[in-house]
Every structure is written in C-alpha cells, then in structure tokens.
Design a protein around this ligand. Structure first.
Ligand code: SAM
Length: 246
C-alpha cells in the first residue's frame, strides 16, 4: 500500500511516520508513506497557496491550483494510476474501523490535508472521492487527522503487525470494546490480577474476557450493542446485568 499525503506542513509527519511500528513497516517496505509539500506546486511568485473567500467571511481558503498541480505530480509518479483520494474534514463521514479495514485493502491512497478555513470546493469536486472526519470537533489543520488515518490504515496492512489476530481481537473489530489486560507483577499497589487469568483454563478465560467486553461496552458505548453481532449467551449475560441493576 502506498499513501501519498498532500499538505502545507510536511514537517509535521516525519517524526511520527519514522517511529515505532509504522517506522519499522516503512523501513521494511511493508508500507510506503510519502508527503508532498503543496507550496512547492504554487505558481505564485511569493509562494502563496491561499486567498480570501468569495462572499466574505473570516479566514483564508487554500486555493485549488497548487493542490491540483501537486496531485498531478503524484499521478505522474503513480504512472497515471488514479489513487483513492480522501479529504480530511470535520464535515466528512466519521472514521470507523470497518472503513479503515476496507481502505487498507486498496493499493493507493492519497490524502489531502486542509488548513485555515479549508479548501476551495472546486478542487474537492475535481479530485476527491471521499471525505473523512476523525471526530466531531474542529482542529486547526488536516495534518493530525491524516496521521490518524494513515496510522489506522497502515497497521491493518499485511505484515505491519506481528499477526492479523493483533487487530482482529481489538476494540471495534467485532463491534464491542476490548476487555481489560494485565501484565506482571501479579500484585501492584494492592491490586491483584483477576484469578481466572492465571488459572490456565482457556475456556474460562475466554468467557471472562467476553463478559468484561460486554460490561465495558454496555457502560461506555451502549450504542455499539445495537449493531454488534451478539450470541445468545451474550444476550443472556446482558440481561443478567440488567436484572442486577449494574
Ligand atoms: N471551516 C471548516 C468547517 O467548518 O468544516 C473547518 C476548517 S479546519 C479549521 C481546517 C482543516 O482542518 C480542515 O480543512 C480539515 O482538513 C482539518 N480538520 C479539522 N478538524 C478535522 C476533523 N475533525 N477531522 C478531519 N479533518 C479535520
């Protein structure tokens, strides 16, 4: 998978994409993430890439032309193969794990980061396939959202994590939130690891984890239970919690 990122602030990316799991995956050639400085593609002699909005209003808008030239250069690098182009915006559809899994199966993704008040609508109409938001709040720019999306997609690509099971059992992968984890020491600050986890009884451990997962989801994100694929035993456990008034 190759991810091309169009931004006015490429320096924000390198420290993150060169670090830890994503850094190792890039070094091993499992994923290819490249940043492109939109300012390199402006024809304005002062290097301008933004202007005031038509119709008035506060703030500046990124102009279509530098972004379009940047995109054309990426297309050339890809041998004319059109990538799936995503614009990061608080006005997009909310990023969810299910969509991230689908995106991780694509060969080429190109992410556009907005800044200031956003970008000229015409460049969105011209090149963008999908608009994604990372949450119902507004940030100063699309760089952090692009990093969130690139990280989320990258770890789902083949060979990036040690095993696929690492992400298949996590929160949101199966519609529920994850159960709690514990590591050594057994006793810490007067708090002990639940006995079942040292019992060696795998069926009991699985049952305990499933119940904790259901409890957490019910407490923190009850909305997820409406669409999560639940077994009869899950429903019975939720009913029991209800009856106990937990
Ligand atoms: N005027 C825009 C609006 O009301 O929708 C907000 C612009 S915001 C200040 C500047 C840029 O940050 C946006 O163009 C977008 O690229 C990025 N951005 C801000 N919040 C975001 C979010 N929650 N998800 C994705 N991108 C976001």
């Amino acid at each position: 998978m190759r991810i091309d990122i169009m931004t006015l602030f490429p320096e924000m990316f390198e420290p993150v994409i060169a670090t830890s799991i994503i850094g190792r995956a890039r070094a091993a050639g499992k994923i290819d993430i490249r940043c492109h400085h939109i300012r390199d593609y402006t024809l304005d002699k002062h290097g301008r890439t933004d202007d005031t909005p038509y119709g008035g209003g506060k703030g500046m808008l990124m102009q279509a032309d530098p972004i379009y030239n940047c995109y054309q250069s990426i297309l050339l690098q890809l041998g004319g193969k059109k990538p799936h182009v995503i614009y990061m915006t608080p006005a997009g559809s909310l990023l969810r794990q299910k969509r991230a899994v689908e995106l991780s199966r694509l060969e080429n993704i190109c992410i556009l980061c907005g800044h200031y008040e956003g970008v000229d609508q015409r460049i969105l109409d011209e090149i963008v396939d999908e608009e994604i938001s990372i949450g119902d709040y507004v940030l100063t720019g699309g760089e952090l959202p692009a990093l969130v999306l690139a990280d989320c997609i990258s770890r789902l690509c083949d060979g990036v994590l040690a095993e696929d099971i690492c992400w298949q059992e996590e929160s949101h992968s199966e519609g529920l939130l994850e159960y709690p984890h514990y590591t050594k020491p057994f006793s810490w600050n007067g708090r002990e690891v639940p006995e079942v986890l040292i019992s060696g009884h795998h069926a009991n451990i699985d049952k305990w984890r499933r119940e904790k997962s259901l409890e957490k989801t019910r407490r923190v994100r009850p909305d997820l239970l409406e669409t999560a694929p639940l077994e009869e035993s899950d429903r019975e456990y939720l009913h029991k919690l209800e009856e106990e008034g937990q």
